[in-house]
Design a protein around this ligand. Structure first.
Ligand code: 5CA
Length: 430
């Protein structure tokens, strides 16, 4: 995209309403705009980041054997009466009445809907296990929406639901999802710590939360340094992986257990802060019983499938990644989620040497590049490139351009290289 004709409304001033750094940076970089309390429009930069996060989440769900569907945002109240959660959910549920006085709601999660779909479609034990998932907007009428997209009212979630014939199968699905989560977070360029959690509204007896390490995180996190190393991801076997993950200590401040902690060798003890970006639950037959979803077993008897649900806050991750990866100048995008791999900075717009060279680079990089073609001072362009956080800056000044040379800056490290155009392109493409 050409910056001069892009919807990237950056702000010079720090917006007063934004209390935390990711919210400030998302507004200043023109990624999002608030449309109502806790409800955001995603502008091109934000939309690209969201799409990149969703793509990685999707690829890892698919690799784990889950199957993508797309359920609606609007659900019928009757569906939720079947599970008994319609009244229990309380004020956080946005309830809607249509023109025929039918009661609807904007879905805060989809256990009921997916159970109804499966009940209708799946009749035999031979058809299980299955793990349908979707990436869809949710609405929760949070009492205090805050911190921008970290706690919105409308937010994008990946939610998967596992259906197995018995507890042993359900636990295997649970472990597969945990592995998929750890791979997802690693690919997103962040460290996430899994920890045992309460099951809350969702119900059940086994649950983990995943906290991204960021200095500004809401919860204190105590963990074994082994998580940072990510060794468990090298495991070839799901049981080995799970045993390693759950064998090392992690807790949030409200559940910090000094006795498990004392077993961690002192040199491996780490304290940080974390943002919850995902949670997984095993809850057995809670919904399949309540909504009477059963398949016929090998002996002809009815079996209520054992279920789990698995959420990732896709839009929350956009903010969480910024909390984990920024400096005073702005965002530092990991390569995998960056809206653009590179920005092309034309230091003298209208120059006989810089213009054609920039156009050449822009044509070569295509959709991966943002071309800063504005009539602006070099200092303004540099500051904005740092703010927006592109992994690479390709800097083109008149002197270098006359010799076919460009300067390359790596945002994350500040390293600079003087290179011929062709070599710069190789570097940037990685
Ligand atoms: N049904 C289960 C799993 S599919 C569920 O809803 N789990 S959850 O409540 O933990 O939500 C899953 C993830 O959505 C959370 O880990 C969090 O990352 C994200 N999330 C939840 N509430 C919000 C919110 N108000 N704003 C942004 N993201 C949110």
């Amino acid at each position: 995209m050409r910056l001069s004709k892009s919807l990237i409304p950056t702000l010079k001033e720090t917006p007063a309403e934004a209390q935390i750094v990711s919210h400030r940076l998302m507004l200043r970089a023109g990624m999002v705009r608030q449309m109502a309390s806790g409800i955001y429009a995603w502008l091109p930069l934000g939309q690209r980041v969201l799409a990149n996060i969703a793509r990685i989440v999707r690829e890892e769900q698919d690799a784990a054997g889950a199957e993508e569907v797309l359920m609606p945002t609007i659900q019928s109240a009757d569906l939720w009466r079947e599970s008994g959660r319609y009244d229990a959910y309380g004020k956080e549920m946005l309830r809607i009445t249509d023109r025929h006085e039918r009661e609807l709601l904007y879905g805060p999660t989809n256990e009921e809907m997916i159970t109804a779909i499966m009940r209708d479609a799946v009749k035999s034990y031979r058809e299980l296990p299955q793990i349908p998932y979707h990436i869809q907007w949710k609405f929760r009428d949070e009492l205090r929406p805050r911190f921008g997209v970290l706690r919105g009212r409308e937010f994008l979630m990946k939610d998967a639901y596992s259906f197995d014939l018995d507890r042993a199968g359900a636990v295997v699905s649970y472990k597969k999802m945990m592995l998929a989560y750890m791979r997802t977070f690693q690919r997103l360029g962040i460290t996430a710590i899994p920890m045992r959690a309460d099951t809350g509204q969702i119900g059940g007896d086994l649950s983990h939360e995943f906290h991204v390490l960021a200095p500004t995180g809401e919860s204190g996190v105590f963990y074994d340094a082994a998580f940072e190393a990510g060794d468990a991801l090298a495991a070839t076997d799901i049981e080995q992986f799970y045993a390693q993950m759950t064998g090392i200590y992690a807790a949030t401040d409200e559940k910090h257990d000094l006795a498990a902690w004392n077993n961690v060798p002192p040199e491996r003890r780490r304290e940080g802060r974390g943002i919850e970006v995902g949670q997984i639950f095993y809850f057995g037959t809670k919904y399949s019983q309540a909504m009477d979803f059963a398949v016929t077993g090998p002996d002809g008897r009815r079996i209520h499938p054992e279920m789990g649900s698995y959420g990732i806050g896709v839009s929350r991750l956009a903010g969480a990644i910024i909390e984990a990866r920024h400096d005073e100048a702005g965002i530092i995008w990991p390569d995998a989620v960056a809206p653009f791999r590179a920005v092309i900075l034309n230091l003298r717009q209208g120059d006989a040497a810089t213009d054609p060279l920039c156009e050449q680079l822009y044509a070569a990089l295509g959709r991966e590049a943002l071309y800063d073609d504005r009539e602006e001072r070099a200092g303004v362009k540099f500051a904005e490139a740092d703010l927006l956080g592109h992994p690479w800056q390709i800097i083109i000044g008149p002197r270098g351009a006359a010799q076919g040379q460009v300067e390359l800056k790596r945002r994350a490290t500040g390293e600079r290289f003087e290179l011929p155009v062709a070599e710069a392109l190789v570097r940037v493409r990685g």
